[in-house]
Ligand binder design. Structure first.
Ligand SMILES: *[C@@H]1O[C@H](CO)[C@@H](O)[C@H](O)[C@H]1NC(C)=O
Ligand SMILES: *[C@@H]1O[C@H](CO)[C@@H](O)[C@H](O)[C@H]1NC(C)=O
Ligand SMILES: *[C@@H]1O[C@H](CO)[C@@H](O)[C@H](O)[C@H]1NC(C)=O
Length: 230
């Protein structure tokens, strides 16, 4: 802060608030006069133009009747729902969603459709004295067996947002229930990563599996199949 602004602030603070400025006083005097003038003008206008008033009333009535008729006959399409046509998203959506099926951790849901995959990491969080014993589930982050909750919650947010914005596209592709199931799979897991019955959340699990900075072996270098981890 330079010296100039400092002085300005000091001056502002020293200006007594109880002393109204000249402009303020003028505005008190001027305001009612302006309002009165406006009022006078409109009253004069109405009284000298009775015919105009009647005519305006008539126009208003006719407009109301037209508006009511239109609102009853036109389709009530407020949201501009896109037409139910198949395009390339019909091909892309199932393929994109299959990525999530391939990343599923835990006891596989029925019809997961990834032939080479089995149940994996069923004991996540299950150790003596664990505060969060139900951490099986969720999604693996990338090619490894780490479950990272920040990327996972971001992905679930984006998937949910895409369903809100483009549910028709999912519907046309026949994938709406599929994507909802995938979102639920992720959010059900995330709900087990903190104490949801407590009023205040002071801690939560952020990751399963170790990376850089840990004394334990880095899971990114573990080439074991998740199905073989217990
Ligand atoms: C779908 O993609 C193909 C190949 O990229 C393109 O030729 C075609 O015009 C696209 N179809 C639609 C409906 O956008
Ligand atoms: C699995 O495949 C079947 C048949 O192709 C399909 O109907 C079903 O929606 C698929 N399920 C998932 C979760 O992709
Ligand atoms: C979760 O919060 C509730 C309510 O505060 C508390 O009674 C319970 O012990 C907490 N559970 C764990 C595992 O910390």
């Amino acid at each position: 802060m330079n010296h100039r602004t400092m002085t300005e602030i000091e001056e502002l603070e020293l200006t007594p608030l109880t002393q109204p400025s000249l402009e303020m006083k003028e505005s008190w005097v001027l305001k009612p006069t302006i309002a009165k003038k406006k009022k006078k003008f409109s009253v004069a206008c109405i009284s000298s133009n009775r015919k105009l008033l009647l005519w305006l009333g008539g126009v208003l009535c006719v407009s109301c009747i037209i508006a009511m008729t239109l609102s009853k006959t036109l389709p009530h399409d407020h949201y501009n729902v896109p037409p139910l046509t198949k395009d390339n998203s019909t091909i892309a959506i199932p393929v994109a969603l299959k990525f999530f099926n391939a990343q599923i951790s835990g006891k596989l849901p029925e019809g997961n459709n990834v032939s080479w995959q089995g149940d994996s990491c069923l004991n996540d969080g299950k150790f003596p004295g664990s505060s969060y014993p139900h951490l099986a589930g969720g999604y693996y982050d990338a090619g490894g067996s780490i479950k990272s909750n920040f990327p996972m919650s971001f992905s679930m947010t984006m998937l949910s947002w895409s369903v809100i914005e483009y549910s028709t596209k999912y519907q046309v592709a026949g994938e709406l229930n599929h994507v909802k199931g995938l979102i639920k799979w992720g959010t059900d897991y995330l709900l087990n990563n903190f104490n949801s019955s407590s009023d205040t959340v002071f801690e939560m699990v952020s990751q399963i599996g170790m990376t850089i900075g840990s004394e334990l072996p880095n899971d990114n270098y573990c080439w074991m199949r998740p199905e073989d981890i217990n």
